[in-house]
Unconditional design. Structure first.
Length: 159
């Protein structure tokens, strides 16, 4: 048997073909990663708009639910932005309340950054389980933001 012969010349480094293949593979991978990042960042403002609309809707819903159910005097007034903080209101007074822009309760100017948001309220009588009809209402607040709409609902009963 002949002993194995060692190659006289050792190979080191990479060939030109291997280098070009490496560059092509890395370029394709990098392009894919940048494409995913572009799609992700394009819609990154949407959660902020949705959260602002949701916060405005929940705030208005809470304001309405904290009002009296039945007026002690029997008088009712339709709620407008102008009389929202100054007049006495009950829950049903908010039916068809709407604003162009989101305002603080006693404000005459919309909150900065929320000028393009709109709020609409509907209050309808509803029957809940064993509660006598007319003793409960469903309040629905819809806030429309640029490219986004949020609707929250709650119930108020005469307790």
């Amino acid at each position: 048997m002949k002993p194995l012969t060692q190659p006289t010349k050792t190979e080191r480094g990479i060939s030109l073909v291997e280098l070009i293949m490496f560059i092509v593979i890395v370029s394709v991978a990098l392009a894919g990663i940048l494409l995913v990042m572009n799609v992700t960042t394009r819609g990154s403002a949407d959660p902020l708009i949705h959260k602002q609309a949701l916060a405005a809707a929940e705030s208005l819903l809470e304001e309405i639910e904290l009002q009296d159910f039945i007026s002690a005097s029997g008088a009712t007034t339709t709620v407008t932005q102008a009389n929202r903080a100054s007049d006495y209101h009950i829950v049903r007074d908010y039916h068809t309340f709407s604003t162009t822009g989101i305002f603080p309760v006693s404000g005459v100017a919309p909150i900065t950054g929320l000028e393009n948001y709109n709020a609409n309220v509907t209050v309808v009588d509803t029957a809940l389980g064993g509660i006598v009809a007319g003793s409960a209402v469903q309040v629905t607040v819809t806030v429309t933001a640029p490219g986004n709409s949020v609707e929250v609902s709650g119930y108020r009963t005469a307790y």
